[in-house]
Design a protein around this ligand. Structure first.
Ligand SMILES: *Cc1c(COP(=O)(O)O)cnc(C)c1O
Length: 396
């Protein structure tokens, strides 16, 4: 039998990507922006684990100006799939990557004189004018030319006839906490450079500084465009930033019960015998583990089954975790369990998983492994539209 992803049975553990919610989140974000402010949908790292191509298509349909990416491979995959919108490559490029960028109209962020020179030369070779976005380091101290040394680099870009200074940008080190002192200092450094350009009558079409946190909390910094990642996926960048009502998480992680065990008092579960039943217990086995990105906890956390919380018992294995379903007597083989997401009135949030992992929500979203296949649902243009993707029944 040949392997064909469309008819192959879905493994009984998967990530579900609700494209209807993604669309709705994008509409809420667009509605919150003043009309002239453009949206760069950040889809780096496979759209934070949601699948870059599906997310890119929805974001562009919902009016995004372009897409933000991190690696050349990510950008080329979208070009190969027929995406013609502007693709902005964040970070720094190696010399060997520049020909690809020019040939495939990928917009490069420039941070220093060497890349400016090399990119200009490459553009001449292709007989093109390459748009660039100048990255200004205003205090984050990652990429970018220092704000107080930016003008000579700007002069250099302007002197290269094969380059177009399309954008200027900076990135905040902390935009989603209550104290905005450093973000405001960074913004004032950025605007001082922009003011100098205005006085010299140097036009820059797209000035952009905001990630999700700054989009929510620093409206005065929106300028011409905002770069939104995590909020589009329905997760707020922090617990204290402004809430946008109606934003909902796009990704869920689900699995089906693949085994049920009855324990007598004193019997144990899993590697290392980390759980001992104090009384008669009913245990469900879910075929998902740390090999899928679930944090390697023991006797901590819960999943949802029949809309109720079933606590994890024992340790997490590579391919399996075990939960106590004694209080959910109706649970049967192949019933659906929610590892992250909602069921009934209950929810396991991305932040709940981040807490188990001792990490941040960004890390949780991007680190579900690909052996959990992505199942897109609600792909229609109406956000409330039901899925037309038929789930392959799993043999019981
Ligand atoms: C990743 C990234 C963003 C998006 O950040 P979110 O907090 O996910 O909105 C914006 N700008 C740059 C430069 C980034 O690297």
């Amino acid at each position: 039998m040949a392997f064909d992803a469309t008819t192959f049975p879905l493994r009984p553990a998967w990530t579900e990507i609700d494209l209807g919610r993604l669309r709705n989140n994008l509409r809420l974000i667009r509605r919150d922006l003043r009309r002239h402010v453009k949206l760069l949908a950040v889809v780096k790292d496979e759209a934070y684990g949601h699948g870059a191509l599906d997310v890119a298509r929805v974001a562009l349909e919902e009016g995004a100006w372009g897409l933000g990416l991190s690696t050349l491979e990510e950008a080329m995959a979208l070009r190969d799939a027929g995406i013609t919108a502007p693709l902005l490559l964040l970070g720094e490029r190696q010399e060997a990557e520049l020909e690809w960028c020019v040939a495939h109209e990928l917009t490069v962020c420039v941070n220093g004189p060497h890349t400016v020179r090399q990119l200009a030369r490459t553009a001449v070779k292709f007989d093109k004018r390459a748009p660039v976005h100048l990255k200004i380091n205003t205090g984050m101290s990652r990429y970018g030319v220092r704000w107080d040394e930016a003008l000579p680099l700007i002069e250099q870009i302007l002197a290269e006839k094969s380059l177009l200074l399309e954008g200027a940008m900076t990135h905040f080190a902390q935009s989603d906490e209550t104290d905005k002192t450093f973000a405001n200092l960074q913004f004032s450094r950025f605007t001082s450079v922009m003011g100098a350009l205005e006085r010299k009558k140097i036009p820059v079409q797209l000035r952009h500084t905001c990630n999700s946190g700054a989009f929510l909390d620093l409206a005065h910094a929106h300028l011409d465009m905002v770069r939104v990642g995590i909020l589009m996926y329905g997760v707020f960048p922090s617990q204290v930033c402004r809430r946008l009502p109606g934003i909902e998480p796009v990704m869920s992680v689900k699995a089906k019960i693949a085994g049920i065990q009855k324990l007598k008092p004193g019997e144990v579960v899993g590697y290392g015998m980390r759980y001992t039943a104090a009384s008669e217990r009913r245990i469900a086995v879910l075929p998902i583990g740390y090999g899928d990105g679930f944090p390697r906890v023991r006797n901590e956390g819960a999943v949802l089954i029949h809309g109720r919380r079933a606590p994890l018992v024992g340790g997490i294995a590579m391919d399996a975790l075990t939960v106590d379903i004694t209080d959910i007597p109706e649970a049967r083989m192949w019933d659906e369990a929610v590892i992250m997401g909602r069921q009934g009135g209950e929810e396991i949030t991305v932040r709940d998983i981040a807490r188990l992992k001792n990490s941040v929500t960004y890390d949780v979203l991007t680190n579900w492994r690909l052996r959990l296949r992505r199942k897109p649902v609600n792909a229609g243009k109406d956000p409330g539209h039901r899925s037309n993707i038929v789930e392959t029944p799993v043999a019981g």
